[in-house]
Design a protein around this ligand. Structure first.
Ligand SMILES: N[C@@H](Cc1ccccc1)C(=O)O
Length: 533
């Protein structure tokens, strides 16, 4: 309820409690400045800093941070400090016995015997007499022990030149110590005052706002975590691909039609009507409605294409267009399948019209490419199309396959294109993604000839991985559409999931799509850059 919440008081604690902030205030009352190392040697630096910050944020104290290196004893150093150096122990034993047999030294002096004996020789404290040791000096100064005692008392090392040597011998080590020098601040007081955090209607009415002690804003405070929306990794990688396509004058094909007819998905691409890919096992058929009408223009797709072409540099120029005849196109496709036409001998089987109108979840975005290429026959000219969207296959789901995935597809139509040109284009395209080493393997697609699978050398995996499929669309496909004889056409396709999984180090596709996805992963994953600088 706004207006009813009063100021939130910070409790005032009476002196005499063991609250560190109060101890600091009391100390400062009698001693200014004071050093925390001297006053609170037992309290951890973290606790001291928290208490000082609490007071400093209210302007009650000010403090400086001092960083110092301290020299401290190691366990062995402490032992020497307590019992004497190794050489002193050897000398002391030899002196008190007058003479010690070398082989008895270990037993008498203990583990320091070996090092101690050598040092005591060097210092001329003892000497060898046959198999025995005898004392040389009557009085010795154990300077090692004296030095370590100094370190123990002062946490400093008197001779910086010797320090390295003592560190190497693992007798002393150093540590960083942070201490604070504390002074009174501009709003010094012995008690933590009540600070008002809200200006209320009551305070305005009764005038108490004039004398209230407002808590200052802390502009250094970290903001609260904001739960905002986040782009899915697939969307991020998709955006990167789109940028690459747009930078090369491609326009985006309208791919909103997830459900398409057998005609566009299969027949236009010369997938034979008995082909296993058209089986229920491989393709999802739609049961309601089951049937599409005869092939015809898709007004929404045409509008989108018109708009994009109007925006694109590449499609300016001759706009004369012939009216598209979808019935004629249908008849041409049927003729190629059934009897052969346009230089093709055809499959020579009886063509079933009802197969062409069956509705399917599209199995590839090449269905859309076929629609766009046929539309191009109205005004044939060089053009570049791409799409990145969802396709569906009735596949067994495993770590790298789902029944739906995204295809990236590119189509380039131009006069005088050659296979070498396609290889060159793909080389440059994948180079932009950081894949510099490509191999092409002859493959088969019913709609392209020649066809090539594209392999890239994956540096991280250390092996060749298939990255795409490509080819030159068959002349009988393009001629049946009404495109001119010398207009050739490249096509290529790859999955969006594979490069995304590689970029984000995801090994199971179910971590990327579906109900097992970790939303934290989606929210916190970094942006990607596919293109090399
Ligand atoms: N449609 C092919 C990709 C492709 C597109 C265009 C030409 C050649 C191949 C696939 O599913 O993998």
């Amino acid at each position: 309820m706004p207006g009813t919440r009063g100021p939130v008081p910070v409790p005032v604690q009476a002196n005499g409690t063991n609250d560190l902030t109060l101890d600091i205030l009391c100390t400062l009352d009698t001693q200014e400045p004071f050093h925390t190392a001297e006053t609170f040697p037992q309290i951890s630096q973290g606790e001291i800093k928290a208490a000082l910050d609490r007071l400093a944020s209210r302007g009650m104290v000010e403090y400086n941070t001092n960083v110092a290196e301290q020299v401290i004893l190691t366990e062995e150093g402490q032992q020497i400090c307590d019992e004497g150096s190794h050489e002193w122990k050897v000398w002391e034993a030899v002196k008190s016995k007058g003479r010690i047999h070398i082989k008895d030294l270990d037993r008498i002096v203990g583990p320091s015997a070996k090092v101690g004996q050598g040092n005591a020789f060097k210092l001329k404290w003892i000497k060898k007499d046959g198999d025995a040791l005898t004392p040389v000096a009557n009085e010795v100064t154990d300077s090692t022990r004296d030095l370590l005692r100094h370190v123990s008392e002062n946490n400093t090392f008197p001779d910086p030149k010797q320090l390295k040597d003592y560190q190497k011998r693992k007798l002393v080590t150093s540590r960083k110590v942070i201490t604070y020098t504390v002074r009174k601040g501009p709003r010094w007081a012995l008690e933590i005052p009540v600070e008002v955090t809200d200006l209320t209607a009551e305070m305005l009415q009764d005038g108490s706002w004039q004398t209230a002690n407002f808590k200052p804003y802390n502009f250094k405070a970290l903001g609260e975590h904001q739960y905002a929306g986040a782009l899915h990794p697939l969307n991020k990688v998709r955006e990167e691909f789109r940028k690459i396509f747009f930078s090369q004058s491609f326009i985006e094909m309208p791919t909103a039609r997830f459900v398409d007819s057998g005609f566009w998905n299969f027949d236009t691409l010369f997938v034979p009507q008995q082909h296993p890919a058209r089986d229920l096992q491989d393709t999802f058929y739609v049961s309601d409605p089951k049937e599409a009408g005869p092939p015809g223009p898709d007004p929404a797709a045409d509008k989108a294409l018109d708009e994009m072409e109007a925006d694109s540099q590449m499609y300016q120029g001759d706009k004369t267009s012939t009216k598209l005849d979808y019935q004629k196109y249908y008849d041409n496709v049927k003729a190629v399948h059934q009897d052969g036409a346009f230089g093709s001998i055809g499959y020579r089987y009886p063509y079933t019209d009802s197969e062409t109108t069956r509705l399917v979840l599209r199995t590839h975005t090449t269905a859309v490419s076929a629609y766009c290429l046929h539309r191009l026959a109205a005004n044939p000219r060089p053009c570049r199309y791409f799409s990145i969207d969802r396709v569906f296959r009735n596949e067994t789901v495993d770590a790298t396959h789902l029944a739906e995935f995204h295809q990236i597809e590119g189509v380039i139509a131009d006069y005088g294109l050659t296979l070498g040109g396609l290889m060159d284009f793909l080389g440059k395209f994948f180079n932009k993604l950081g894949i510099t080493n490509l191999r092409f393997k002859p493959a088969y697609n019913p709609y392209t000839e020649p066809s090539m699978e594209v392999f890239g050398y994956h540096e991280g995996l250390g092996k060749w991985v298939e990255i795409g499929n490509s080819g030159m669309f068959r002349p009988e496909m393009l001629l049946a559409m009404g495109l001119p004889e010398d207009l050739r056409c490249y096509g290529f396709g790859l999955s969006l999931e594979r490069p995304t999984m590689i970029k984000y180090g995801v090994s199971n596709i179910r971590e990327l799509l579906g109900h097992k996805v970790d939303l934290n992963f989606i929210e916190s994953n970094a942006a990607v850059r596919l293109e090399k600088e």
